[in-house]
Write a protein that binds this ligand. Structure first.
Ligand code: CU
Length: 337
């Protein structure tokens, strides 16, 4: 129940996992089956809940599991190898600003083979997120898979620096996972500070306002409201089966949370904007960068926010300062479980 304790527990789980995640990254075919530590048994950190699609990955990691200390798994994306699967990034280095084919595969440790059977989630077998360590560059990509399990996608990254690649997928018959690997982008490197906290993001003539709180270890509602030229957008288009996709990355280590909205297009109650509501639990206090993908007039856009998760109470939670109202009736239908 207390945050200090929970952070300690996470640290312990991480230490345990790092202790076992040795030797990956080269000779991938040789990897022996994963040790089954507590951290490997549950993949809630990377698992997308299927029922209703309204809860984010990592929910359990920060929430329900908090009392059972040994079962706490780390958030997704921190490990290159988990649950018996390893992300083999075949293109670990790129040049800045140069379009390159990024290639990778997911290797199953027990067989040494590249995985070629996946469950589709949100219309895709695999979602690939690429983010710079300083969280100023973000891409959500959908690579294509060759029959042998090798994935590829063109990518062009504007700036040099350290990046993290996240593969978010569910192997057929397995648990949902998010594996992460480092990507180095060469060129003149100029590190940026994390962008300051904001509750309004402008993108392509749209303004997106963030309300609600991101609270450590406690599910909270985030409400995003999309307007264009000051008018609410009421005809958002479904994108990958939802009116919005939200990825949160923790500043400092890029722990990954993929959050989905409550309600789905076509369920009879979820409206196509202007509000899209999400339930999210931060795995710890700290700063997070939120990336909201939404689709309107045929184009997908990304609104970006920096929020701070702190405290455990609803008042002290992540600030969405200046946006404490949540009285709109339109959000309630979008979030029912
Ligand atoms: Cu995706």
């Amino acid at each position: 129940m207390n945050t200090g304790l929970r952070i300690t527990v996470f640290a312990a789980a991480l230490a345990a996992t790092f202790g076992t995640a040795y030797g990956v990254g080269s000779g991938v075919g040789e990897i022996s089956p994963e040790p089954t530590s507590a951290a490997h048994e549950k993949h809630s950190g990377g698992a997308r809940t299927e029922e209703g699609g309204g809860h984010e990955q990592g929910h359990e990691a920060g929430g329900q599991q908090s009392e059972s200390t040994s079962a706490a798994s780390p958030p997704g994306g921190l490990q290159i190898s988990d649950g018996g699967y390893t992300l083999d990034l075949k293109t670990p280095r790129l040049q800045a600003d140069k379009k390159t084919q990024l290639r990778f595969a997911v290797v199953q440790g027990s067989t040494g083979r590249q995985v070629s059977a996946y469950e589709r989630e949100h219309d895709k077998e695999l979602h690939l997120i690429v983010a710079s360590r300083d969280l100023t560059t973000y891409r959500h990509l959908h690579p294509t898979r060759a029959a042998d399990g090798t994935w590829s996608t063109p990518v062009q990254l504007p700036e040099a620096g350290g990046y993290r690649v996240f593969a978010d997928f569910k192997p057929k018959g397995g648990e949902g996972l998010t594996l992460g690997a480092d990507l180095a982008v060469s060129g003149a490197y100029e590190p940026h500070a994390l962008p300051g906290q904001n509750t309004t993001a402008a993108v392509d003539g749209y303004d997106v306002e963030l309300g609600g709180a991101l609270t450590p270890g406690k599910a909270g509602e985030l409400k995003l409201t999309v307007t264009k030229d000051g008018k609410p957008v009421r005809d958002l288009q479904p994108y990958l089966g939802a009116y919005g996709h939200l990825v949160a990355l923790r500043s400092g280590d890029l722990a990954y949370l993929h959050v989905h909205p409550g309600g789905e297009p076509g369920d009879g109650e979820t409206r196509p904007g202007p509000d899209v509501s999400f339930t999210a639990t931060a795995p710890s206090e700290g700063a997070y960068r939120l990336f909201l993908d939404f689709k309107h007039e045929g184009k997908v856009r990304t609104a970006e926010f920096t929020v701070h998760a702190r405290g455990t109470g609803s008042d002290a939670g992540a600030k969405a300062e200046g946006k404490t109202e949540s009285g709109s009736s339109e959000e309630s239908s979008a979030h029912e479980h």
